[in-house]
Design a binder for this molecule. Structure first.
Ligand SMILES: *Cc1c(COP(=O)(O)O)cnc(C)c1O
Length: 381
């Protein structure tokens, strides 16, 4: 990934900054499309993972739809050329303004999470003479076996409608003239690396679908959300996620009704591996039991390690020999501002270029201005 020419460009660019390798993004999209097209699956890109314009435009060129979790993401998707009929709108707390943005743009589907929400969408749709297409986000009570902060498919989570509420929801729908139920939606968590979890989801979806069939509902689509994980520890071994096994598994285990479409909402798996956070070593400081490599990026530029103990591979691109262990830390006055403890790196000194890998998803989008810090301009190769 890092040729001598690219490393030279890194050295000449003000740090910290995000680097995106568009070649890797395109290869990822090309494999994703090939594998999804085998079964006519529809993939929506979850914008929240990365909303960089160049990245969004590239993703749209490969024919993916958009999965949005805010009104502004819907506007962004439209601005980058995504078709309204490819936009799904999810989220447990949609505001009136956001619902109106979605209605104005005639999006494909609202993924709804509660009766009060559906009532408000009905009201707002009525006042603009529209019929809102909705899918019910159902909580399948399947454990994603991922970090508890990014587990969303258990009854104890705030997300979705629980099975024991379904009867009420479905009864309610018959009273709402400006709502059309067109699908079922599931999203059980993120960074799921154990594919058997998705098999479990398929089996649950089959049972839930049966519940609807018995009540004579035939729904146009099922949306199984996103969550496919990526290899953070050894990214070079798995730069392209295993889309073949992922989609193949749904084909094998999920029972669709005749003419029913299957939709996905992938974020991380699309963009994680094409991005790196590039930072420079400011100081190397001796600690009691360790050396600290203090870099000029921190939790303000990449929040994932501080937020959910995420691991990112860290590489020193300027040095090669005499390996030692370092705690790689940022400049912010928080002990959680640490990218990795006891990381083996070649001997590291002030000025060395460090790449924090697999940072394309939930990286730049979560950067914030704490300490009045600022990111530098993105570099594409
Ligand atoms: C976050 C999210 C996604 C994308 O998750 P990834 O793990 O990035 O694939 C998809 N759907 C919904 C509803 C989400 O909240």
């Amino acid at each position: 990934m890092f040729t001598p020419e690219i490393i030279q460009r890194f050295e000449q660019t003000p740090t910290p900054f995000y680097h995106y390798d568009l070649g890797i993004l395109k290869e990822t999209l090309s494999v994703l499309k090939t594998e999804a097209d085998r079964y006519n699956y529809h993939v929506h890109y979850a914008l929240k993972a990365n909303v960089n314009d160049t990245i969004l435009n590239t993703i749209r060129e490969y024919g993916l739809g958009a999965d949005c979790v805010s009104g502004n993401e819907i506007l962004k998707a439209k601005e980058c050329g995504f078709e309204s009929e490819s936009i799904a709108f999810a989220g447990v707390g949609k505001s009136d303004r956001e619902i109106n943005i979605a209605l104005d743009n005639d999006i494909f589907c609202f993924n709804c999470e509660s009766i009060p929400e559906i009532e408000v969408i009905n009201e707002l749709a009525m006042s603009t003479n529209k019929v809102a297409q909705i899918a019910l986000r159902i909580n399948p009570n399947v454990n994603a076996k991922t970090h508890h902060y990014i587990t969303t498919g258990l009854e104890e989570n705030k997300f979705g409608i629980n099975m024991w509420e379904l009867e009420d929801v479905v009864n309610k729908l018959t009273d709402l003239s400006n709502i059309e139920l067109i699908g079922l939606h599931f999203h059980i968590g993120s960074q799921i690396t154990d594919l058997s979890v998705f098999k479990g989801l398929c089996l649950r979806v089959n049972e839930i679908q049966e519940w609807f069939v018995q009540r004579h509902f035939t729904l146009q689509h099922i949306n199984v959300g996103g969550g496919l994980g990526v290899d953070y520890e050894t990214p070079d071994n798995n730069l392209i996620p295993d889309f073949k096994s992922y989609f193949g598994l749904f084909n094998e285990f999920l029972n669709l009704l005749p003419n029913q479409q299957l939709h996905f909402e992938l974020g991380r798996a699309v963009v994680a591996q094409c991005g790196n956070l590039i930072t420079k070593v400011l100081y190397v400081k001796k600690g009691v039991n360790t050396n600290f490599a203090i870099v000029d990026a921190g939790m303000t530029e990449l929040l994932r390690p501080a937020l959910y103990q995420a691991v990112h591979k860290i590489e020193n691109l300027s040095s090669t020999n005499n390996e030692q262990k370092y705690d790689v830390v940022g400049p912010v006055c928080e002990s959680s501002d640490c990218f990795g403890k006891a990381i083996t790196l070649p001997e590291t000194q002030r000025g060395d270029i460090i790449a924090i890998r697999t940072a394309g998803a939930y990286g730049e989008v979560m950067a914030n201005g704490y300490n009045l810090r600022e990111l530098n301009e993105v570099l594409f190769t």
